[in-house]
Structure formats: structure tokens, C-alpha cells
Write a new protein. Sequence first.
Length: 181
Amino acid sequence: MQLNFIAYSGDCRLAGHVRLEHDRLSDLLNGDEDYVIREVVMESLADGHRVTLPELALRREELCAVEGLGPRGNRGRRIGTRLHCMQLQVGPHLVAGHLHALPGVDPLASVVRRGPFVALTDVTLAYGFAGESQLRDAAVILVNRELVAWIRPVASEALAFPKVPVKLDPYAKDLTAELYS
């Protein structure tokens, strides 16, 4: 089966398709260290110029994040999880979305026990493209945890993780004083 593929590296965004011989995209990404992308269009994050190739071989460490497109994986392999709103930086990209963890399991600790690519759902990916900030919403993005610089719960999750610092927008308006007046 061929699966459409959008990936983000440190210096480009690329689209194409991969041959999926696994149940899920995450199985492919976690099971192999080398990937062959076909009918590739690469766009430079620095200036937006495009390069088209019939085929491109990539190594796992070249991919920061991969957007899951097409049908979801085998329904029989899904398990009940709790959603945790997280934000992280992987390469030059900022990601905010839901990390899934088993009930009662520390979601941050669970990340290091997973394969190299970890799925987040209901994601917003922020990245620079040709000098401008871009936002992309996606149902699923798999991030390469080996390239993650930091991961933190968003403010609503901070109460459950009091010792984990939360990165807040320095330009955001502080409304907490209004809550207590």
C-alpha cells in the first residue's frame, strides 16, 4: 500500500509517498532506520525553493516530524489511553497536541519508553518558512523523540506536574489577577 507522506526536517519540508508494508505508519518509522520516499517535493524552510525528485532515501535522524495522512492503522491494536496536552520543540519546529498515555502512567516518562517516533493527535505544528511563521493543524503527527529539545505539559496540565516548568508566551496577557479580585 502506498501512503502519502509529509515530513519536516531541520531545513526542509517534504512531501511524497512511501510504501507501507506495516500495519501503521508508526510501525514503519519505528521499525526501520532508512526510508525511501517516492515522487518527492522538497521545500526549503529558508527560502521556499522547491526541488522535485523521483525518489529520496532518508535516515531516521534526518526527520524531526512526520504527518500521518490517509487511513488510521489497525483498529485492533488501539488501546484506551488518557490524553495529555503537551508542547515540545523538535528541531526548529514547535508542536502542541495530545500525547496519549495509559491511565495512571506518567506521560512524560512514557515517552522515553516508546519507539523513536511518538504520536501526538489534534496537533498544531509551528515552523518558519521563507522568513514567515507557519501553522499547520494535523490529526496526527509523529515526532522523533531522539531530536526533541524539550517537552512540557501545557498550562492546563501543569497542575498534575508541579515540578515541570511550563513555557508560557511572554506576550500573553496575565489574567490571573482578574480571577482573584
